[in-house]
Design a protein around this ligand. Structure first.
Ligand code: KIV
Length: 272
């Protein structure tokens, strides 16, 4: 029987570690609000990520940079209220941890204290080691994030595949080992060659979860709005759309508008 199905009421870091050891893939999706989190949790997603992609999909910003710590806490509170089983991870937003480990610690503590989430996620490797160590010293589980790290988009200049060259792939592997040694409980790898994803997952003892990192890693994460087709003009090769909700919701709304205009809503049974 799978680790997840063995009467597990709550996913914890220990359960995720056992999944890796048993070869059971880990499922992870983003969530930013109560209603969606309730559906995703009921569907059995192992990890819900309150991602700073909320900056894009919820607020309409071009990048993840503008979202604030307070806004992340608001989204996290809504998700935590909905969840019964999933492990909830929250992104530390841009500017809340880089270059200042005391600020990083305070940001992580604010998220944990005010939202009730279970862990935080930070982007980067050696350059944020001190912040990772300080947060871990407070007993807060940390998930790493390497490869394409959207908070550094203006440094990269593009959202293209990372670590295709040997030197960058070697640095990524070094950073992955460093994060594991520091004590991270899991690692996200974004948009890197599948062969490198497989190599990192085989090398590390902690779960490695990919988004555009191939099938050789220990689990997969997608942005829920992309997976459900709520976002429309985003077609990276790694994305599988399970619904076309933009069109479905648009068609339903068009029918509602037409019914209201025609005076056909509400009908006799829909009024007091
Ligand atoms: O913010 C986010 O949605 C993420 C995922 C892409 C992993 O970090």
């Amino acid at each position: 029987m799978s680790v997840a199905k063995r009467d597990i009421k709550r996913i914890t870091t220990h359960v995720l570690q056992a999944m890796k050891e048993n070869g059971e893939k880990i499922s992870m999706l983003t969530a930013y609000d109560y209603s969606m989190a309730k559906i995703l949790d009921a569907a059995g997603v192992d990890i819900l990520l309150v991602g700073d992609s909320a900056s894009n999909v919820m607020a309409g910003h071009e990048t993840t940079l503008p979202i604030t710590l307070e806004q992340m806490i608001y989204h996290a509170q809504s998700v935590v209220r909905a969840v019964e089983r999933a492990f909830v991870v929250v992104d530390l937003p841009f500017g809340s941890y880089q270059g200042n480990s005391t600020k990083a610690l305070n940001s992580a503590i604010a998220i944990m204290k005010e939202s009730g989430a279970h862990a935080v996620k930070l982007e980067g490797g050696a350059e944020i080691e001190e912040s990772v160590l300080r947060i871990l010293s407070a007993g807060v589980p940390v998930m790493g994030h390497l490869g394409l790290t959207p908070q550094s988009i203006y440094k990269f200049g593009t959202y293209s595949v990372r670590a295709k060259e040997e030197a960058e792939a070697a640095k990524l592997m070094d950073d992955a080992r460093l994060l594991e040694k520091a004590g991270c409980f899991a690692l996200v790898l974004e948009k890197i060659p599948a062969a490198l994803g497989r190599k990192v997952a085989a090398d590390l003892h902690i779960p490695v979860i990919g988004i555009g990192a191939g099938n050789g890693v220990d689990g997969q994460v997608l942005v829920t709005h992309d997976m459900l087709g709520i976002t429309k003009d985003f077609h990276p090769r790694f994305l599988r759309r399970y619904l076309e909700l933009f069109d479905t919701i648009k068609e339903a709304t068009e029918r509602y508008v037409a019914d209201v205009k025609a005076g056909e809503f509400p009908n006799e049974n829909e009024q007091y």
